[in-house]
Design a binder for this molecule. Structure first.
Ligand code: DGJ
Length: 736
């Protein structure tokens, strides 16, 4: 037996002894939803202690009460050995705290004990904690989704002291998992290289995932999944479709941090919230800080099951159109075709071509406003460029409408070029420390959105833009991260609140615009996928996952993306070949099928297309429209993943009523004459009959046209697919 388990079992023994000898039983809170149960209780010291998180327990099962763990030698006191729901930094806590504060008198010890139940039901609770002597109250909110079992947790920290208190670190929630061997999955990236799925065994120490950039960032995404590995008699190793997985995501679009900690006593804790780096939130007497939400859930069906739960949860509870968001319109976007060279005639010509292939929405990208001919000037000047659009936007919008499409427009409201009228008028409106340089990136600086006047300016011009023009969609871009984040209009000891107030103001603008212009839909873009999280997704209908539109790279990135986010929000444009980034040449059909795995768009220069291209795109857009809801809102199964230099990749999506399945298969290189492996499908109704129709490609001769779900899942289908960068797609439709 490994030492760590000896330790664990000795704890269990102590717990048992406590239970038998002590008559004291604390409060127990139990939440049930979907296939999971979450429980915590109050131990004899008054700590709020996690008790259980995993598969759903029987309705009448009792949960043993909480008992604090003993000291571990003289080095780890019960504050460290006992897991807590939300640990204050104090009393000998050496593991990651949820909350760290400094009091006005220099005291920095914070020990949070159960104070009262503010509310409680079978799937929600509000529990108030209080410091053992100071007037600091923390209300922990829990709400479990009855369908998915995904739990929403947040904290509200209130100062009822007579002096201000400085919050130096505040998590949205902490999670504790039972001792076992685990694998951590997390997503990292960079510009044009987002959504890399990393997987590694969790060993002693801490793995920190974070953004210090003021926004979510490309560098890492605030999502994690932890799969249970074999190694214990009772444990089953988790993989794509089997085994236990715990997962979570932060609903916050500012600097964030998640710490996955395998403590020195082999406990596993995940702490996530505001990034404590450069953080400081002063709470005056009577003030409170409400944290955003940390969502987390449990699946007994591997990473695939975990991502399916998240997808359905996002569709049903996170997105602005929840619980029934419409599949995204197929868009055309002019960026890769024209860059900044937009004008009325050029956009109208592209719109005509886009309409001819079945596009639903025409989006004009950067370059339509101010003196915006390159990325050196114009940001901040949100008037229509009179040389490019002498009659305003109306003629173009009318033309787009007459072609049966709606109209969308690119904006980047939080930024300004120093070469702009706005900056010349308000040079003080940007994030900076006075007397210090203002570092530019892409020739732009960040507006100080924490300022109320900047907030009002942005909301004002956007409101006017949407009132004056018939705009159905905004692509909301954000093309750099923060530097020199000074906010000098408030006292020095309040300036670090910028990390919170900036994002709150962004959310409030988005919320107000949506209320005033309820038909307008919004995409979150940040030079690609730099602002994708469950916070922004509460206000935006879709995201731009990456500026990298290479169809082969995208297959891999889409694989990573969908571990955390639903394909409904994953915009995917078909662009030109050879691709500008990698120089890779691919067929239009391959590019179309790669993009059809998400929410399809076209971003190619249609002026360069021939008749055959138009015909291929028209045929595949029509095919996409007929199965789109299944692709973007169904159950996603990754039959073959494209990671680790795999030559193959296959996804299958099954509609929620199991009436339809859509399969995409890709081969990037056939080597040594290998045939495409047999595909055994998943998630179908075994007793129903399904009819096979090809969207692109074909199966081996003698494949039945119609067969039972059991046949497609057990016998499987053999594709005829080989070559370099080849793709196939088919659908199965239930017959009876
Ligand atoms: C970055 C975006 O990701 C691109 O799609 C495009 O909109 C450019 N900005 C425009 O400047």
């Amino acid at each position: 037996m490994k030492t760590s388990y000896k330790l664990y079992f000795s704890f269990l023994f102590v717990l048992l002894t406590f239970s038998l000898s002590s008559a004291q039983t604390g409060e127990i809170f139990r939440l049930d939803g979907g296939n999971s149960t979450y429980a915590f209780g109050v131990n004899e010291r008054g700590d709020l202690q996690p008790l259980y998180w995993g598969g759903r327990l029987g309705a009448h099962d009792s949960i043993p009460p909480a008992h604090s763990f003993p000291e571990m030698a003289s080095f780890d006191s019960p504050a460290t050995t006992t897991p807590q729901e939300y640990a204050g930094w104090g009393a000998g806590l050496f593991t990651e705290p949820a909350l760290k504060v400094s009091f006005a008198d220099g005291n920095r010890d914070l020990v949070l004990h159960f104070f009262k139940i503010a509310s409680s039901s079978s799937n929600s609770a509000e529990i108030v904690l209080k410091d053992i002597s100071r007037e600091i109250y923390v209300t922990l909110a829990y709400s479990m989704d009855s369908e998915s079992g995904i739990l929403a947790r947040s904290a509200s920290i209130e100062n009822r002291e007579k002096q201000p208190v400085l919050i130096e670190q505040a998590a949205f929630a902490q999670w504790t998992l039972p001792p076992a061997h685990y694998t951590l999955s997390y997503l990292t990236g960079r510009w044009a290289g987002e959504w890399t799925l990393n997987q590694e065994p969790i060993q002693g120490g801490a793995r920190v995932l974070e953004s210090r950039r003021g926004s979510t960032g490309h560098q890492a995404n605030p999502w994690f999944a932890i799969s249970r590995e074999g190694g214990r008699d009772t444990a089953t190793a988790a993989d794509e479709e089997h085994g236990e997985v715990w997962f979570g995501a932060l609903a916050w679009s500012g600097s964030w941090r998640m710490t996955v900690e395998h403590t020195q006593l082999d406990a596993l804790r995940v702490t996530g919230g505001f990034n404590p780096f450069d953080f400081g939130y002063k709470l005056k007497p009577g003030e409170h800080l409400d944290t955003p939400i940390f969502y987390a859930g449990y699946s007994a069906h591997g990473l695939g099951g975990a991502s399916r739960l998240l997808h359905h949860f996002e569709l049903a509870h996170i997105l602005p159109q929840a619980p029934d968001p419409k599949p995204r319109p197929v868009i055309y976007n002019s960026w890769e075709a024209t860059e900044f060279k937009v004008d009325e005639a050029g956009q109208m010509a592209l719109a005509e071509k886009a309409a001819s292939i079945g596009v639903d929405r025409f989006v004009m990208d950067d370059g339509w406003f101010g003196k915006r001919n390159t990325d050196h000037a114009g940001l901040g000047d949100w008037y229509v460029n009179p040389e490019k659009f002498p009659h305003g936007l109306k003629p173009l919008i009318d033309k787009v409408h007459s072609l049966g499409m709606d109209f969308g427009l690119w904006i980047e409201p939080e930024m300004v070029n120093p070469d702009s009228d706005l900056y010349r008028k308000h040079p003080d409106w940007v994030l900076n420390f006075s007397g210090r340089p203002r570092s530019e990136s892409r020739n732009q600086v960040v507006l100080s959105l924490a300022r109320p006047d900047v907030r009002d300016y942005i909301e004002g011009f956007l409101d006017k833009l949407l009132t004056d023009n018939d705009i159905a969609f905004l692509k909301w871009d954000y093309n750099r991260n923060w530097s020199e984040p000074g906010w000098e209009q408030v006292p020095a000891d309040e300036q670090k609140r910028v990390y919170v107030e900036f994002v709150r103001n962004l959310y409030s603008i988005l919320a107000n615009l949506r209320k005033k212009h309820p038909k307008v839909e919004i995409e979150s873009c940040s030079g690609g996928g730099g602002r994708v999280d469950l916070g922004i997704l509460h206000y935006t209908d879709e995201v731009w996952p990456s500026d990298n539109t290479d169809p082969f790279d995208r297959i891999l990135m889409q694989d990573g993306f969908t571990y955390a986010y639903t394909p409904q929000i994953m915009m995917a444009w078909v662009t030109d070949s050879p691709h500008w980034l990698n120089g890779r040449s691919t067929s239009l059909a391959y590019r179309m099928l790669s993009s059809m795995q998400g929410s399809l768009g076209i971003g190619a220069n249609l002026n360069h297309w021939g008749d055959e291209d138009f015909a291929t795109a028209k045929r595949l857009i029509a095919a996409y429209h007929s199965v789109q809801k299944t692709i973007v809102q169904g159950d996603l199964y990754r039959l073959m993943n494209p990671r680790d230099n795999s030559e193959l990749s296959v996804t299958e999506t099954v509609s929620n009523d199991k009436g339809q399945a859509v399969v995409f298969a890709f081969v990037n290189a056939t080597n040594k004459g290998r045939g495409f492996p047999l595909l055994q499908l998943r998630g179908l109704d075994p007793t129903a009959e399904y009819k096979l129709s090809w969207i692109e490609g074909k199966s081996w001769p003698d494949t039945p046209d119609t067969a039972s779900g059991a046949w497609w899942m057990n016998h499987g289908i053999q594709l005829m697919l080989k070559g370099d960068y080849q793709a196939a797609a088919f659908r199965l439709d239930r017959q009876r």
